[in-house]
Write a protein that binds this ligand. Sequence first.
Ligand SMILES: *Cc1c(COP(=O)(O)O)cnc(C)c1O
Length: 477
Amino acid sequence: MADRAGRTGRTDGAERAGGAAAGAPPGVAWAPDAAERRDLAVRAAVEQGLVGGADAAPPLVCLLDTAGIRESAAALTEAFAAALPPGTPVLHAFAVKAAPLVPVLRLLAGAGLGCEVASPGELALARAAGVPAGRTVLDSPAKTVAELREALALGIAVNADNRQELERLDALVAAGPPGPPASPIGVRVNPQTGAGAIDALSTATATSKFGIALRDPGAREWLVRAYLDRPWLTRLHTHSGSQGVPLPLIAEGVREVHALAEEINAAAGRRQVDTLDIGGGLPVNFASDAHTPTYAEYVAALRAAVPGLFDGSYGLVTEFGRSLLAKHGLILSRVEYTKTTGGRPIALTHAGVQLATRTVYAPAAWPLRILPYDAKGAPKTGPPVAQDIAGPACFAGDLLATARELPELSPGDLIGVPDTGAYFFTAHYGYNSLPRPAVHGFTTTPGGGVRFALARRAQTLSEIAAEAGAATPDALP
Ligand SMILES: *Cc1c(COP(=O)(O)O)cnc(C)c1O
């Protein structure tokens, strides 16, 4: 793999080797690593007409590396299994909002994962993927009575966000069949351990909107009492944030929740809290192909901060999203035009705010790499030139990258935007009525061939019109 940069002659400065996949041992058939699989897929996507530099092919497509997704799911499962006594119940519930695609949820279910859902739509996707109620967790700060009732009827685990939601659950449990509810029920706690690098994604701040704030005056005593009064509260939940929250801060939040569980159980005189839901939030490296930090590093940080979490006395639920999918997604767009304005070369592409909303509105917090390919889908080389990579939307800020050093792009070239498998093209933003592009999963064969499977077809223009009220044009007389 060391010769990879030389082989491809990449000049984008990104480290293109060093992904999760190890090189094949001697005597074993060559297995491409993640960066090599990506390049194979780009070329095949052009050859098979999924995207193209010419007008006949679609200008935009999104790809998912299914082998990579499976590798991440296995790495997560193995990291926890290696640290826990055999037989400890663990549910890794994928945070559906990170990649709300039914085939992705089904793939992950096949790898042993469940689903964390936070809206009726996400629950519908999990059910469409065949994820059983017993492997589904419902979190949301604004669950309606109807949603809570449905979750309890199905036996889906529920984490209550606040005191009023707990009162609604009191009424629903009292009105339900005798005995404890079929759903495991917990309370989300905000450990108030502080913010990470991105405020909008930090959920454990002093004033976060999520959960019951543990350090507010009287809160801890209130929580212990709430559990003693409700023998059916058997879980505690926390999630300290996503992207930008460092591992020690995540671990500190989990330590707080573990200590609270111990306190509740001591007060109850029994192991009333039997499961801790420790959320997700493992950050992703957007600067290179390296998967850092790893799940094993996360487990090691947790073990150091909360040894009791791994003694088998609690079942565990995790809710990872970004770290399972991000590295395995690629946006591929044609460069439609190039121009120079005010001395700055600009490449006008079809990949913009509709797919990378956070990057466009908060570029400093969400930088993305840009990988240049020629019209045939081969990595493009050449002396670096500072260029802006612009999207198709009608506002000046629709830029994926500014003054990025890349080989000079020409119309018909392609740009790849890696690390976009979570929260990017699956979280479409409907600005300018730009359609949702197709998403294809891909696998590579031992000979270097690539097979695509459609995970989501492109949105059609008639669907856009229909969703915009085309059936009722005279509705506003
Ligand atoms: C968003 C979210 C997650 C997933 O976070 P990632 O950073 O994608 O791992 C997990 N749990 C809850 C409650 C969330 O809101």
